[in-house]
Design a protein around this ligand. Structure first.
Ligand code: ADP
Length: 253
């Protein structure tokens, strides 16, 4: 179960945000999309989730084109956006029931699924609490439970740990990694935080709309002859900036 992106470009007016991206996610793995602010991560998410229509290129999700089979595609995807989209004045359970209903899951079928997802996030006892009463980390857990209710094959998370303390960040990251193992879930985790990436993770490094490197974090380190991914990342983005400046001074604007 994977996502294939081919020749994907996107511009806001004249401003290019993504330039001819090509990549496949590794199925059943925690795929990291690493890039600084402004790299294009959210734009890519908006295209993957059909918030934006494709301008150029193609996205295929487990064999279905996002253009030709949008409904099939949406069934296969779970999404956690950067900004929380929970209703603060509904309880945890009501938020989840509502999402299940949107996906056509009956209340009777939803109840055990909700209980099971909350249980594995250690949130079962909060089911009747209003979301407003939860801290940021617990709200994120509810969003993850919600994203999994319709049993998607692929889970997309856009900077899911922003605003969380280090312990909550690490717990969330480890929980998602576990889902790859237990459920065979394919994950795309967007982040600007290098410490959220582990050596064996498949990584896509995005910078100013260009993919600068792909491969496991270890491979990217050895290709750039660096021990730390942070040093490899710094080198790649510096080179990316120099290349960008050379293109801009090329006089084709
Ligand atoms: P990231 O999520 O990696 O921080 P974004 O996808 O938000 O990156 O942004 C990519 C580029 O597109 C940036 O240069 C940003 O300024 C620009 N951009 C993002 N959203 C808009 C918008 N609505 N209008 C114009 N430019 C935008």
């Amino acid at each position: 179960m994977t996502i294939e992106v081919r020749d994907l470009s996107f511009s806001y007016g004249k401003k290019a945000a993504l330039n001819q991206l090509n990549f496949d996610l590794t199925p059943g793995a925690f795929n990291a999309l690493l890039g600084p602010n402004g790299a294009g991560k959210s734009t890519l998410f908006a295209l993957l989730t059909r918030l934006y229509s494709l301008q150029q290129g193609e996205i295929t999700i487990s064999g279905d084109s996002i253009r030709r089979h949008p409904a099939n595609v949406m069934r296969k995807l779970g999404v956690v956006f950067q900004q929380s989209t929970l209703d603060l004045d509904l309880t945890v359970g009501q938020n989840l029931q509502y999402h299940a209903a949107l996906h056509g899951i009956s209340a009777a079928a939803a109840r055990p699924r909700i209980a099971a997802e909350l249980e594995r996030l250690h949130m079962a006892e909060r089911i009747n609490d209003k979301v407003r009463a939860l801290n940021g980390g617990h709200r994120r857990r509810v969003e993850i439970a919600r994203a999994l209710l319709h049993r998607p094959q692929i889970l997309l998370l856009d900077e899911p740990t922003v605003g969380l303390d280090p312990q909550a960040r690490s717990e969330l990251n480890q929980h998602i990694r576990k889902l790859c193992q237990t459920d065979g879930l394919t994950v795309l985790w967007a982040t600007h935080l290098i410490e959220e990436v582990e050596p064996h993770d498949p990584v896509i490094i995005l910078h100013r709309g260009d993919i600068l490197a792909r491969g496991s974090a270890e491979d990217i380190c050895s290709q750039t002859q660096k021990t730390l991914l942070s040093d490899a990342f710094q080198l790649l983005t510096l080179n990316g900036e120099k290349a960008g400046e050379a293109n801009t001074s090329g006089g084709d604007r």
